[in-house]
Design a protein around this ligand. Structure first.
Ligand SMILES: O=c1ccn([C@@H]2O[C@H](COP(=O)(O)O)[C@@H](O)[C@H]2O)c(=O)[nH]1
Length: 299
């Protein structure tokens, strides 16, 4: 994390709120698909990956609130791909953008501690402002990452209702106490965010593609909403889907922007257009968690 060594790090939720308020609410995914490398006239190799990633970061790092590199597209090139990811994280953060690494990690607690070291601990080559986590080994198994995020001013985004249709069979299943599994995750996040103030650091992933959420989204933390663009969701869908939680939504788009490269102008125009569509539907500053009107009563 950035900041003076030894000083208490500013919480991720506060940094995210500020970034969204000053740079616009958009999260841009860095997903170097082989097909996109080809569209950009690049080879499907480490040099192509490096060029693609550097172009995205250099073109957009001064204007987007959050970059979301998808770890899988870097991991497919092994250690040299991970080196590209490390540089992208460092360069984006140095330019003032927040970096949410989409790694979707989840494991038993002792292994989660190593993931927390990798993605949330200052000094680690992959240290990011936030990381995505999968809770399907039990929310409690994420504790080492939650604690590291709290300690170092980082954030996490835990899968709750993902944007793909297959997610429903697990996420909408009924838990032992009768709640949908997704609601259990959201309620646990609300506990983590209690007392956080303007925006908590413990976020959920709730796809923008869903027809309805059917859950209570009052977590007090950010809601990463992937699915804009290539997966079919539109900015205009967000108010209906998120209701009173709308101020906490961080909409995310990858291919919808990346397809507009390789020119910096094309990428910037894509971001400007998406931001304008979002500005037309998103409200002003977020309300504090627990304020009247914050709870979404779709259940
Ligand atoms: O529910 C989820 C969680 C994560 N993702 C990731 O977001 C991007 C979406 O890319 P697009 O090109 O905008 O479709 C990708 O990295 C996914 O792994 C998601 O789509 N849905």
């Amino acid at each position: 994390m950035t900041g003076t060594p030894g000083a208490a790090a500013e919480p991720f939720g506060i940094r995210l709120r500020r970034a969204m308020d000053t740079r616009g609410p958009l999260c841009v995914g860095i997903d170097p698909h082989a097909s996109l490398l080809a569209e950009w006239g690049l080879d499907d190799d480490v040099a192509g990956l490096e060029r693609f990633t550097r172009t995205v970061v250099e073109s957009l790092a001064d204007r987007v609130a959050v970059f979301k590199p998808q770890a899988a597209f870097f991991e497919r090139f092994g250690s040299r791909g991970l080196a590209v990811l490390e540089h992208a994280i460092a360069d984006a953060r140095a330019a003032g953008a927040l970096v949410l690494t989409d790694a979707k990690r989840g494991d038993i607690g002792s292994t989660m501690a190593a993931y927390a070291d990798a993605f949330l601990t200052p000094g680690s080559p992959l240290c990011s402002d936030a990381v995505t986590l999968s809770p399907y080994l039990g929310f409690g198994s994420l504790r080492p990452a939650l604690d590291a995020a709290r300690r170092h001013g980082g954030g996490v985004f835990v899968l709750a209702l993902t944007s793909n249709p297959e997610g429903a069979e697990v996420q909408r299943a009924t838990a032992a106490d009768g709640r949908p599994v997704a609601q259990v995750i959201l309620d646990r996040l609300a506990e983590e965010n209690r007392g956080a103030g303007v925006l908590g650091s413990f976020g959920a992933v709730v796809g923008a593609t869903l027809a309805e959420t059917g859950v209570d989204l009052a977590t007090g933390g950010p809601l990463l909403a992937p699915g804009l663009g290539a997966q079919g969701a539109r900015a205009a869908d967000l108010p209906r889907l998120f209701g009173a939680a709308l101020p906490r939504v961080l909409p995310s788009v990858s291919r919808g922007v990346l397809r507009r490269g390789p020119s910096a102008d094309g990428l910037r125009r894509a971001v400007r257009e998406e931001t304008e569509r979002l500005a037309a539907v998103l409200p002003g500053p977020v309300r504090a968690p627990g304020e009247p009107g914050e709870r979404v009563s779709e259940r």
